[in-house]
Design a protein around this ligand. Sequence first.
Ligand code: AMP
Length: 395
Amino acid sequence: MKTIRDFDLLGKKVIIRVDFNVPIKEGKILDDNRIVMSLSTIKYAINQGAKVILMSHLGKIKNSEDLEKNSLKIVGQRLSEYLEKNVVFVPVTHGKELKDIVDSLKNGEILLMENTRFEDLDGKKESGCDEDLSKEWASLGDIFINDAFATAHRKHASNVGIAKYLPSGVGFLMEKEVEAMEVLMKGEHPFIVILGGAKVEDKIATIRHIIEKCDYLLIGGGMAFTFLKAKGLEVGKSIVDSENLSFAKEMLERYPNKIILPMDVVVAEEMKEDVSTFIVDIEKMKKELMGLDIGPKSVVNYSKYLENAKTLFWNGPMGVYEMKNFQNGTKGLLEEVTKRGNTLYSILGGGDIVAAATLLGYKDKITHASTGGGAILEYMEGKSLPGIEAIRGQN
Ligand code: AMP
């Protein structure tokens, strides 16, 4: 697969598809990790004398009210601060104005086009990988570089469509993410998977696929209670995905020695930062309580499985890490994982676990914190990723 290094960029108009789909609340960027992670490719292109055209989506555009809150303008401002360089923001996604500004770019200059999904208002052209839109966008550049790993599971005009019409390669972030996924697929044993977070539903296909490959699946977070209930245990007011109890039961019956569940949990009457919390053994759960984190015995038990592990994939936090009183399970396990240093190839996949590792100060000690949530889960389901295949197909 070609990478940005394989092209002569000097004086060329280089379209870089980045993933600037960052969380924004009340006009403020909450987490700019994805912007930071794209900097190396963008800086490289600038330094090589390219005329850089950046494209990204942001959120979903279903009606005209979604337009203003999903504008990439503030992302452009943040990018400009990081690059210490002017980023020309173009508030449209097609037409003469865009073309004229692209044509006026000088070597080393950089432009950010408005949210590609603005084109979804007019018949889902971006998300439907519209042919004419793909051609129009491709006509703006000489080379296409896809660096948007977090979008790689989508077949959209701005990642798959453009690649059909231009010589294409991947950027540094995409290259790093693909390398990490290849390590995961080889999964040197012992290969441990940790799954947490709230929803079982989103992870069923991943569980089915990964359970065959890994040695142990350690389950925590809200998900664990669906499995504990399927075992016939009292789970009180903890979140349970009732529709998937039979799936959990089936998995427990088929893989009784592979699926490891919490032995104790941190409970409270409500999910609040200032409530009193208790630690209870899992058999002693009470009806009026809810489990919001794994307990210390579970951390010790899970750590045993990590002792000799060679590969780790971790998606989803062990508790409600956003609140101080339910962080310890996730923190304790992150400590154990990072203690292993280079002897354990550890990959965190998915927004929440990466956000937790960042918040708790462990992100830089992990082998690879992926920018992809949906993309990595689909890859773990055994699916190919259209955004990557579109580039691979070219060379
Ligand atoms: P997901 O998107 O499925 O990975 O879920 C991530 C969310 O799960 C985070 O916002 C956590 O606060 C939440 N979470 C983790 N553990 C629990 C729990 N025991 N009960 C409720 N929510 C949880």
